[in-house]
Structures are given as structure tokens and as C-alpha cells.
Design a protein around this ligand. Structure first.
Ligand code: SF4
Length: 76
């Protein structure tokens, strides 16, 4: 499983991730992206039906701000 967080200080508010994966990414009032399913906590896995969209968003993010790991971010 993939767990995701946007490294928000690296986001340049380009809008690509929501274009590719509108169910996974949203923006705050400044246009900075966050992982929508758990408000960027990184503890809610990417749903299997969204995996292709997630990978495309992560691949195309121009700054590499979309991070993922195989365990929840709450687990050290
Ligand atoms: S694609 Fe990357 S830089 Fe662009 S809005 Fe999403 S997280 Fe931010």
C-alpha cells in the first residue's frame, strides 16, 4: 500500500496533481496542495482504484513534493 503526503513547503501550486488525481489532491486557500483523503496526515492509504492516477500525479509533480511510503506516516 502507498501512503502519501505532500511536502507542502516544496509545492509551487501548479495544479497538476489535482488535474491527474482530483480525488486525492486538493488545495488550501493559497493553492498549496495536500493529500485529501486524510488532510495530509499520511495515514490513509491510496485506494487501489486511484493508484494509476496517484502514480501519474507523483511522476508529473515538477518539484517532487508528492511523497509516498509503504507504511503510515504515524508509524516511526
Ligand atoms: S503537482 Fe506538485 S507542485 Fe504542483 S500543486 Fe501538486 S504537489 Fe504542488
Amino acid at each position: 500500500m502507498y501512503y502519501c503526503r505532500v511536502q507542502r513547503e516544496a509545492c509551487i501550486a501548479c495544479g497538476l496533481c489535482q488535474l491527474h488525481a482530483p480525488h486525492l489532491f486538493n488545495y488550501d486557500h493559497a493553492g498549496i496542495a495536500y493529500y485529501q483523503p486524510d488532510h495530509n496526515q499520511g495515514n490513509h492509504p491510496v485506494p487501489s482504484r486511484e493508484l494509476a492516477a496517484f502514480k501519474q500525479a507523483q511522476r508529473d509533480c515538477p518539484t517532487g513534493a508528492i511523497k509516498r511510503q509503504n507504511k503510515p506516516y504515524s508509524v516511526e
